[in-house]
Design a protein around this ligand. Structure first.
Ligand SMILES: [Zn+2]
Length: 279
């Protein structure tokens, strides 16, 4: 992650409105800037990655997407990331903080109302966490939080997540993008595996336990294992006793750079398409 202004290390607030002043925020709203919002979670990510991995990854994507949108004449600001989410799958591991869906929905509504009150008209939400209940709740929060008096919310998600949540492809709140993937059918890359580890190595290596990564064996798990894992709790602990699902040792910073580049470009394209679509 890029260094903060003092050069003292990475900050999850870098490039977000949290590092702006209120007149700067007011001017951005006045100019019609859109808001980008990452919704992650604090969750175990194996013995080698920090609990905030699902916050760091979407934040890195949004920072690059913001720069790409700016090149195309679309101004955006990034809201501080959402940390507290739903952890059904990793609930048996320490450090995975679980909040209830109604709490999350109320919080999303209040953030939408605040930003809408500040004059922002559109917000694009990107999830960093694959748990279906977490993503379902983001969608429910967007539906509850949208309105002519507040802000128009969109959920930027991969078609595979939209289909898992059984959401209507024609729903105008949904903005789909082509998420880069890795792994193979016999060695799925689901959680704290090759992609997430690569992004963290590229973005904030200082938060990784790099010395452990080469010794982590691939889980070699497939779709049937994934179904059991998704039941969460003790089932997930049984399928992935180490917490990761994939092949972290295959990760490199270079792959992380490429994964980010592809996802940011795809997210920026999807947002631009939505903004340019006739009303
Ligand atoms: Zn993750």
């Amino acid at each position: 992650m890029s260094a903060d202004r003092n050069g003292t290390g990475y900050s999850v607030f870098t490039d977000t409105m949290a590092d702006m002043t209120y007149p700067e925020v007011a001017e951005a709203a006045e100019r019609g800037a859109v808001v980008l919002w990452a919704l992650g979670v604090i969750e175990q990510h194996g013995p080698h990655l920090p609990l905030a991995t699902d916050v760091y990854v979407p934040m890195a994507v949004l920072r690059q997407a913001k720069a790409l949108l700016a090149e195309r004449g679309i101004e955006s600001i990034i809201a501080p990331p959402f940390y507290w989410g739903i952890n059904a799958v990793s609930s048996s591991f320490p450090g995975s903080i679980k909040v209830r869906a109604p709490v999350m929905i109320e919080l999303i509504k209040d953030v939408f109302a605040s930003l809408g009150g500040d004059g922002f008209r559109r917000i694009f939400c990107l999830s960093g966490h694959g748990d279906a209940q977490h993503n379902r709740t983001i969608y429910d929060g967007i539906v509850a939080g949208c309105g002519p008096e507040t802000i128009e919310g969109h959920f930027v998600l991969a078609p595979v997540m939209r289909d898992r949540l059984e959401l209507d492809p024609a729903d105008p709140r949904l903005v789909t993008y082509g998420k880069a993937s890795s792994g193979t059918p016999g060695n799925l890359d689901i959680h704290a595996g090759e992609s997430e580890t690569s992004v963290l190595l590229h973005e904030c290596m200082e938060a990784c336990r790099c010395e452990l990564i080469p010794g982590l064996r691939p889980t070699n798990l497939g779709m049937e294992d994934l179904k059991v894992w998704r039941q969460g709790g003790k089932q997930a602990l049984k399928v992935t006793p180490m917490g990761y699902f994939g092949d972290p040792a295959a990760a490199t910073a270079e792959k992380g750079r490429e994964f980010l580049r592809q996802n940011a470009a795809s997210v920026a394209d999807a947002i631009e398409r939505t903004l340019r679509a006739p009303a």
